[in-house]
Write a protein that binds this ligand. Structure first.
Ligand code: ADP
Ligand code: ZN
Length: 355
C-alpha cells in the first residue's frame, strides 16, 4: 500500500487475477486491452479471457518507441469509436512504458476520460511508467511533449512477466532502480546493486526482483504522493535525465532510455562533485553500479559536449540562462531542498566533465 489514491498491487502470479482486480477498481461494460505485438503474442489471449472474451477487445500496436505518436493515438481512438466503445468502457494497458504512456493518453482523452488499469510487463514500466500518472506521446521535437497527468484506477504488477523479458530490457530497468536508491535511500541503493548483480549472474531472480520492485514502487509512490504535479520534490526523479534525454535524442534513439539515464547519472554525479554539491566518491560509486549492471558509464564516442549542452539548453529545464539539474549531495540525499529541488550549474563546469 502506498500514499497514492489508487491501489498498486505487486504480487507474483497476480496476472491470473486480472479480471477480478479490474472489475473491482474499474467496473465497466467493455474493456479495451491496449498492447504491443510482442506482448500480445505472449499475454494477449490470457488477458482477454481473464476479462471475459465477449467483453474485451485487444488493440495491438507495433512494438517500440516509434509507436508513441499522435498518429498511433489517432488510430487507437478511431478504433474505439468504430468498435462502439462508450463512456461506460475502460482501458487496460498491457506492456512496457511505450504502451502505458500511450494507452494512458488514450484513456485521458477518449470521451474526455475513461478509467484505466495499468499492467506493466517490463521492469522499467513496473517501477516507473505505471506510477505517477504521466501519460503522453512523443513529437519530432522531443519526447513526451504532448500529454496529460491522468491517474489510473489501479496498477497490477506481476513480476512473473519478467521471465520472458529480454535481458537487455531488464538492464534498462535497473538504471531507474539505481536512480531510486540515489535519490531516496542509501540502503535501498546497496540492495539494488546486490540484487542486480545476482540476477545478471543467473541467480534465481523471482524473490529478489519482487523485493526490488516493491522498494522502487515505495520510493516513487512516496515522492509522487507528495508532489503529483511536479511543482517541486518530484523533480528529484529527474536525476540523470537532463543529460540522459540529451544523449538519448542525440543518439537518434539508438540508446535505450535506461542506457541514456545510466550515462546521465554518471555525468551528472560528476557535475555534482565538481560543482561542490556532492561529497567526493559519490560519482565513482554510481559509475561502478552502472557498469556492474552492464550499462554504459560514459558518453558515446563522437558525441560532442557542445551538442549535448545545446540540447540541454533548449530543454524545459533551462531558466535564466542556466541549465538546472537534480543533483545528489550523496547517495540517498538530494540537493536543492531550498531551491525547488534543482541546482543551477554553469555550462563551463558541465563542459569540463563532458570533455
Ligand atoms: P520500456 O518499458 O523499456 O519503455 P517498451 O515498452 O519499449 O519498453 O518495451 C520494450 C520491449 O520489450 C518491447 O519490444 C516490448 O514488446 C517487449 N516486452 C515488453 N514486456 C515484455 C515481456 N514481459 N516479455 C517479453 N517482451 C516484452
Ligand atoms: Zn526515466
Amino acid at each position: 500500500m502506498t500514499n497514492l489514491p489508487y491501489p498498486i498491487r505487486v504480487e507474483s502470479g497476480s496476472f491470473a487475477g486480472l479480471g477480478g482486480l479490474v472489475r473491482e477498481v474499474a467496473p465497466a461494460h467493455r474493456y479495451a486491452i491496449i498492447t504491443d505485438a510482442n506482448v500480445a503474442h505472449l499475454y494477449g489471449k490470457a488477458a482477454a479471457s481473464s476479462l471475459g472474451i465477449d467483453q474485451a477487445d485487444v488493440l495491438v500496436i507495433p512494438a517500440g518507441e516509434s509507436s508513441k505518436t499522435r498518429a498511433t493515438w489517432g488510430w487507437l481512438t478511431d478504433g474505439l469509436i468504430t468498435r462502439g466503445f462508450g463512456r461506460d468502457s475502460a482501458v487496460i494497458s498491457l506492456g512496457g512504458g511505450v504502451v502505458l504512456d500511450l494507452a494512458g493518453f488514450v484513456a485521458a482523452t477518449y470521451m474526455r476520460g475513461i478509467p484505466i488499469v495499468h499492467v506493466p510487463t517490463t521492469l522499467l514500466a513496473m517501477i516507473d511508467a505505471s506510477i505517477g500518472g504521466k501519460s503522453g506521446v512523443d513529437t519530432v521535437f522531443g519526447k513526451n511533449l504532448v500529454g496529460a497527468f491522468y491517474r489510473p484506477n489501479g496498477v497490477l504488477v506481476d513480476p512473473l512477466f519478467l521471465e520472458t523479458l529480454p535481458r537487455n530490457e531488464l538492464r534498462t530497468g535497473f538504471a531507474e532502480a539505481l536512480k531510486h536508491g540515489v535519490i531516496a535511500d542509501r540502503h535501498y541503493f546497496d540492495s539494488v546493486v546486490s540484487a542486480m548483480t545476482g540476477v545478471l549472474n543467473g541467480a534465481a531472480a523471482g524473490e529478489s526482483l519482487t523485493r526490488l520492485i516493491e522498494g522502487s514502487v515505495a520510493v516513487k509512490a512516496g515522492i509522487v504522493g507528495r508532489d503529483e504535479r511536479e511543482d517541486g520534490l518530484r523533480k528529484i526523479l529527474n536525476f540523470g535525465h537532463t543529460v540522459g534525454h540529451a544523449v538519448e535524442m542525440l543518439s537518434g534513439y539508438t540508446l535505450a532510455h535506461g542506457e541514456a539515464v545510466a550515462i546521465g547519472m554518471t555525468v551528472e554525479s560528476r557535475v555534482a562533485e565538481r560543482a561542490g554539491v556532492a561529497i567526493s566518491g559519490t560519482a565513482a560509486e554510481i559509475r561502478n553500479a552502472v557498469v556492474a549492471a552492464g550499462l554504459p558509464g560514459s558518453v558515446p564516442r563522437g558525441m560532442s559536449a557542445d551538442r549535448i549542452l545545446e540540447v540541454m539548453r533548449s530543454d524545459k529545464k533551462t531558466r535564466g540562462g542556466f541549465v538546472h539539474y537534480s543533483l545528489p549531495r550523496s547517495i540517498g540525499d538530494m540537493a536543492g531542498s531550498e531551491s525547488g529541488w534543482t541546482v543551477a550549474v554553469k555550462d563551463t563546469i558541465v563542459r569540463e566533465v563532458l570533455l
